[in-house]
Structure formats: C-alpha cells, structure tokens
Design a protein around this ligand. Structure first.
Ligand code: FES
Ligand code: FES
Length: 168
C-alpha cells in the first residue's frame, strides 16, 4: 500500500504519521490512540468526531489526514491542563450534561473553541456552537447551561485576577 508521512502537532506534541493518502483524520486519530474522538455517523452530521484544527472545530470524519500536514490538532485528550479539567469539562459534570458521554468530547471541543473566541457568549451563541452535535441522552438544555456556567466562572476568575493586579 502506498503511504506518505505527515508532520503535525497533536495536543501540543509534534508527531509524524505514516498514512495512506486517502485515510480520514478520524481513522488515523483513533489508530494513534485518541479514542476520545468518537466514530458516529461518519457523514459530518453528529459532531462526535470533532477536533480543533488550528483552533477551529472540524468533524474529523470529513477531513483527510493528509490535510493535517503542518496543522495544530487538539483532541479531547488535550483539553485538560494536566490533572486540572477545563472549565467546560467541570461544568458539564456539575450540570449533569454528561450521561453516556458519547457526544461529550465533541461538545466540549466546540464549546472550548467558542469560549476561546467569545469569552462571554450569549445563550444563542452557545446554542449555535453546539448545534452540530447530536445527543441522544440529555438533550441540549444542560450542555447549554454548562457552557454558560463555564463562561461565568472564567469571567469571575478574570475579574479576580484583574483586582489582584490593581492591588499590587
Ligand atoms: S462521525 Fe463525524 S460528524 Fe458524525
Ligand atoms: S450524553 Fe449520550 S449522546 Fe450525549
């Protein structure tokens, strides 16, 4: 089988993959052990396979692995900071937004991208960011509440830091 090499960054670590030219990013990520990237519809409709590519959510079932050359990929495995969960992950747990968890990694990835871009989103913006993710368990109310709560927590942390800076 003809193979090619791609060099990229996954979860802040440089990697070199040997892939077939037509392989999908989803297939290669799972082969490389990133099992948090879920295989759902494989048609770009459920969002379970979402990862960030240079900060933008992408359904990895719709992208060739070869297109990842030189890109920065973030999977759910890279969202927590060591042992500290991301605010969105914590909020999903606190708000009961996780049941079977199949959709969760994709939702967290898209929510993180939203908060990186829009630290203080409206409810409609959160709904829009999660619109490409199908959940057969919790519905959408709790995930939306969780993302808004995470935004609120980050806002309070920013304020506390700003106050501490002024007080120095
Ligand atoms: S598996 Fe990729 S969008 Fe459903
Ligand atoms: S928590 Fe089960 S599909 Fe969303």
């Amino acid at each position: 089988m003809k193979t090619m090499e791609v060099r990229l960054i996954v979860n802040a670590r440089p990697v070199v993959w040997s892939i077939a030219p037509g392989e999908l990013l989803l297939d290669v990520l799972r082969r490389e052990g990133y099992f948090g990237v879920k295989r759902g519809c494989e048609k770009g409709e459920c969002g379970a396979c979402a990862v960030l590519v240079d900060g933008t959510p992408v359904n990895s079932c719709l992208m060739f692995a070869a297109q990842a050359e030189g890109r920065q990929i973030l999977t759910i495995e890279g969202v927590a900071d060591g042992g500290t969960l991301h605010a969105v992950q914590e909020a999903f747990l606190d708000h009961g937004a996780v049941q079977c968890g199949f959709c969760t990694s994709g939702m967290v990835i898209s929510a993180k991208a939203l908060l990186d871009r829009r630290p203080d989103p409206s409810k409609d913006e959160v709904r829009e960011a999660l619109a490409g993710h199908l959940c057969r368990c919790t519905g959408y109310l709790k995930p939306v509440e969780a993302v808004l709560a995470a935004a609120g927590k980050k806002r309070r942390t920013r304020r506390t830091k700003a106050v501490a800076e002024v007080a120095k």
